[in-house]
Design a protein around this ligand. Structure first.
Ligand code: BDR
Ligand code: CA
Length: 313
C-alpha cells in the first residue's frame, strides 16, 4: 500500500507531544516528509527543541525537523500556561545533537507539497502561522496540498475567550488566510476535543507497556493529570491527538461540511471560527469538514492499541 505523504506542524506542548509520538508509530502507513515547529503553547525555541528532541529520542533521526514562525503574523505571541515553562511540564527529554533544517517551516512545507505533486496532507496543531506564511509566499501551494487537518477553532464556545479556541485566538489572521485560501480543511475543533477527558485507566494501560514511546507518552499524561488535580479546575484533554486520529482513524469522528470563516477584529470574538450552519451564504463554497462528534470508546481503544500494537512489532 502506498504510504500517505504528510508534513506535521506542532507547537509542542503536552498534547502535541503525544500526537507526535502517535504519528511516529505510524511510519508503516505514513511517509513523514518533515516535521515543523511553531510558537504557541510556549516560545518557538522551546516548541522546536521539544519537537526535535522527541523525534530523535525515539530514533527517527532521518526525519527533517524545521523551525518556523516565532510570533503570529501581526500580533504578539500569547503563550499558554498549562504546559509548564518548557511546554512538557516536568518531563525531561535528552537534548538532540542534530541541527534543524536549513530552510524554515514555510519553505519546508512548500517543498514537500511540490515534491508530492498534490498528494501531500498536512496536520497542524498549533497556531496556523507556518501554513499561512507558506500560502503567502507560494500561493500555488493551494493546488498542491490535498487536505489540511487542524486542531483549532470550534463550532461553539472557546477556551481563551467564550468565543475562541487557543490556536485560533493566538493567530486569527493566519487561520483566516488558511480558511480563505481554497485549501480543503478538516477542522477538529475544541468542542469535540474537549469531550476526550483523559481517563486514568488509559494512562495506566499505556504505562504498563514497555516501549520508549509508551514511557514518554505516559510521563506526559501523568504530568497533565497531576497538574489538573493540583489546579482543580480542568480535566486533561489530548486535543491534538484527536486531530491526528482524524487522519488515520476518521471513523471515530462524525464530520459535517460547512463554509467557515474566522473573525480577526471582534472585540469579544477575536479568533472565533464562524460556520455557516444555516446556509445563509449559499454563494460561498463549503471549505471545511468540521468534526461534530466523537465515539469516545472507539477513540480511547484506538489510542491504547497504537502503543500495544507497536510493542508487538
Ligand atoms: C489547543 O491549545 C493548545 O494548548 C493545545 O496544544 C491544543 O493545540 C487546544 O485549544
Ligand atoms: Ca497544540
Amino acid at each position: 500500500m502506498k504510504k500517505l505523504p504528510i508534513v506535521m506542524d506542532f507547537d509542542t506542548g503536552t498534547d502535541d507531544a503525544i500526537a507526535l509520538i502517535c504519528a511516529l508509530m505510524h511510519r508503516d502507513i505514513l511517509d513523514i516528509r518533515a516535521i515543523t515547529a511553531v510558537a504557541g503553547n510556549v516560545p518557538l525555541e522551546a516548541t522546536a527543541a521539544n519537537t526535535l528532541n522527541i523525534v530523535d529520542a525515539l530514533g527517527h533521526t532521518d526525519i527533517p525537523v524545521a523551525k518556523g514562525a516565532a510570533a503570529p503574523l501581526k500580533r504578539e505571541l500569547k503563550c499558554a500556561i498549562s504546559h509548564g515553562k518548557t511546554g512538557l511540564g516536568d518531563v525531561v527529554i535528552p537534548p538532540s545533537k542534530r541541527s534543524f533544517s536549513e530552510k524554515d517551516a514555510a519553505e519546508v512545507i512548500y517543498d514537500a507539497a511540490v515534491e508530492c505533486k498534490g498528494e501531500l496532507i498536512c496536520l497542524a496543531t498549533g497556531p496556523q502561522t507556518n501554513l499561512a506564511l507558506a500560502i503567502q509566499r507560494h500561493p500555488d501551494i493551494v493546488h498542491l496540498i490535498k487536505k489540511v487537518y487542524i486542531m483549532g477553532g470550534c463550532l461553539v464556545g472557546g477556551n481563551m475567550t467564550q468565543a475562541s479556541e487557543f490556536n485560533a485566538y493566538v493567530d486569527p489572521d493566519a487561520l483566516q488566510i488558511l480558511f480563505r485560501s481554497g485549501l480543503d480543511i478538516a477542522m477538529i475543533g475544541l468542542d469535540v476535543t474537549l469531550q476526550t477527558e483523559l481517563p486514568v485507566w488509559v494512562k495506566e494501560m499505556v504505562e504498563r507497556i514497555e516501549t520508549p514511546e509508551a514511557r514518554l507518552a505516559s510521563q506526559v499524561m501523568d504530568f497533565c493529570l497531576r497538574r489538573n488535580k493540583e489546579w482543580g479546575y480542568d480535566v486533561a484533554n489530548l486535543h491534538d491527538v484527536v486531530a491526528f486520529c482524524a487522519i488515520v482513524n476518521p471513523s471515530v469522528l462524525r464530520f459535517k461540511r460547512y463554509y467557515v470563516d474566522v473573525e480577526t477584529e471582534g472585540t469579544i470574538t477575536r479568533g472565533m471560527t464562524v460556520a455557516d450552519f444555516r446556509d445563509v451564504c449559499p454563494d460561498k463554497e463549503k471549505n471545511a469538514d468540521c468534526a461534530e462528534d466523537i465515539d469516545l470508546g472507539g477513540f480511547w481503544k484506538w489510542f491504547v492499541d497504537i502503543f500495544k500494537d507497536y510493542e508487538r512489532k
